[in-house]
Write a protein that binds this ligand. Structure first.
Ligand code: HEM
Length: 451
């Protein structure tokens, strides 16, 4: 933080302590310096009003970092992780790209609108409703399998698999290749992490993973062209072939961003939600009993612990924000996770409350033209997943302390190891199911009517 702010009030994305619980720091900064320039050069905006205004105003704020003052990057020793880190002054992170082609998330209109509108049809409310039964079925199957073990990592075995399987099915990635995708997914997730937070090895691994995925998608696209299906990849290929609305690189870049954004984020929504419910057992029990609470519960999870903490923009022109002038070409991070706890909008913002009336005003899906295209799908997945988990939480306990991923954009735990809890062990012993009681009566020849 420039100016006279206390050193401990720097937002240090490398600091594992603040990753564990960044909210006290966000609160101090939102109060003392809601708009400020970070020591790394870019601006941070933490209050709700200014965050929402930036995200909504695509005329003055670009999502394409090529409009930044300087895209020059250099290697610098990284005391946090050892080795060298890549530092891009004025630039928070350089998004994944295919040559000159960027995914539409990092483009402005008209290119952004042209490409987004082609993908959007797969994510409308009615389209998502048609996958609902499949998501329910998958969630039940995965959770049963995970909880059947003595100890399970709810992330690896449930939270990752559910959205990954759904997005692969939607895009038309064959079942046989989904396991390989899962193995690549963590390294792919790093493509949304600023380069300076990655070790040279992680950066290399993430680039290699990206190349593997791009090559795979190009092969899949060539195969699919021979035999189109009713999946999203086929729809994009038809758009490419018929109207020249999409170039072949744009098709691949679109599928790639849907794959990455479509699962890394939802994983964290499910994991952060599970942790919030574990910490608030009465609310978990209420959700388990009443499915109609699920929608509000998901909004509250997204508000309380946003899976995507920030969105980056570059000023097209000089803009006044919270009494500061941000010059054309300067880079800004709208910190939605901090805005979601702004007391000017959310009463008692640090309280988790699945019945909070205005939880849906959160900015966790962004706002304006770049609002999350998969929000409806993500909500549906998270509602089904959290309701299913809530029904088991009474019988589960954490088997290991939670470590958060070292990431500044995506927030979520590395793993969620759970095992049957003390309560369930105590309860399980004396409890005999109806079937057991029936079998015992059969064996003893009792004719007593079953209750
Ligand atoms: C809980 C889960 C999710 C969260 C919290 C989330 C969050 C976000 C946020 C904050 C943005 C705006 C980024 C910006 O303004 O720069 C965004 C955009 C986007 N999201 Fe999501 N997302 C989630 C799930 C999904 C899913 C399931 C998909 C796809 C299947 C998806 C695909 C995208 C895409 C393609 C964009 C870019 C939209 C555009 O630029 O027009 N997201 N998401």
């Amino acid at each position: 933080v420039t100016g006279n702010s206390h050193k401990s009030d720097r937002i240090d994305f490398c600091d594992l302590e603040s990753r564990r619980d960044p909210y006290p720091l966000y609160a101090r900064l939102r109060t003392n310096a809601p708009v400020h320039r970070s020591s790394l050069g870019f601006w941070l905006v933490l209050d709700y009003r200014n965050c929402a205004a930036i995200l909504k105003d695509s005329k003055r704020w670009s999502a394409d970092s090529r409009n930044a003052l300087s895209a020059e990057c250099f290697e610098e020793p990284s005391p946090a992780f050892g080795g060298n880190a890549l530092v891009c002054p004025h630039l928070f992170w350089a998004p994944p790209r295919l040559g000159d082609v960027r995914p539409f998330m990092f483009l402005d209109d008209p290119d952004h609108r042209r490409i987004r509108s082609l993908g959007a049809q797969a994510f409308t409310r009615s389209a998502v409703r048609s996958y609902e039964a499949r998501i329910e079925e998958l969630a039940a199957e995965l959770l049963d399998r995970a909880l059947g073990k003595h100890e399970a990592d709810l992330i690896a075995e449930f939270a990752y698999r559910l959205p990954m399987t759904v997005i692969c099915e939607l895009l038309g990635v064959p079942l046989r290749d989904q396991a390989a995708f899962r193995r690549l997914s963590r390294r792919l997730g790093h493509t949304l992490t600023p380069d300076y937070l990655l070790t040279a090895r992680e950066r290399e691994a993430s680039r290699e993973a990206l190349i593997v995925v791009v090559k795979y998608l190009m092969k899949l696209a060539a195969e699919r062209k021979q035999q189109l299906g009713d999946d999203l990849l086929s729809a994009l290929l038809i758009a490419e072939e018929s109207g020249q609305q999409l170039s072949p690189e744009e098709v691949i870049a679109t599928v790639m961003i849907l794959l990455i954004a479509g699962h890394e984020t939802t994983v964290n929504a499910i994991a952060n939600g599970t942790l919030a419910l574990l910490a608030h057992p009465a609310q978990a029990r209420a959700l388990a009993r009443d499915r109609s609470l699920a929608r509000g519960a998901v909004d509250e999870v997204l508000r309380f612990d946003a899976p995507v903490q920030v969105a980056a923009r570059t000023a097209f022109e000089d803009v006044e924000v919270g009494g500061h002038t941000i010059a054309a070409g300067e880079h800004v991070l709208a910190m939605m996770a901090a805005a979601n706890r702004d007391p000017d909008v959310f009463e008692d913002p640090d309280r988790f409350d699945v019945r909070r009336e205005n939880a849906s005003r959160h900015l966790a899906f962004g706002s304006g033209v770049h609002t999350c295209i998969g929000a409806q799908l993500a909500r549906t997945e998270a509602e089904i997943a959290l309701h299913a988990i809530a029904r088991h939480l009474d019988t589960l306990e954490l088997a290991a302390p939670v470590e958060y991923r070292r990431d500044a954009v995506l927030r979520g735990p590395e793993a969620l190891l759970v095992r049957p809890g003390v309560r369930s062990r105590r309860v399980r012993k004396p409890t005999r199911t109806v079937a057991v009681r029936h079998a015992e009566r059969e064996l003893s020849g009792s004719k007593e009517p079953s209750r």
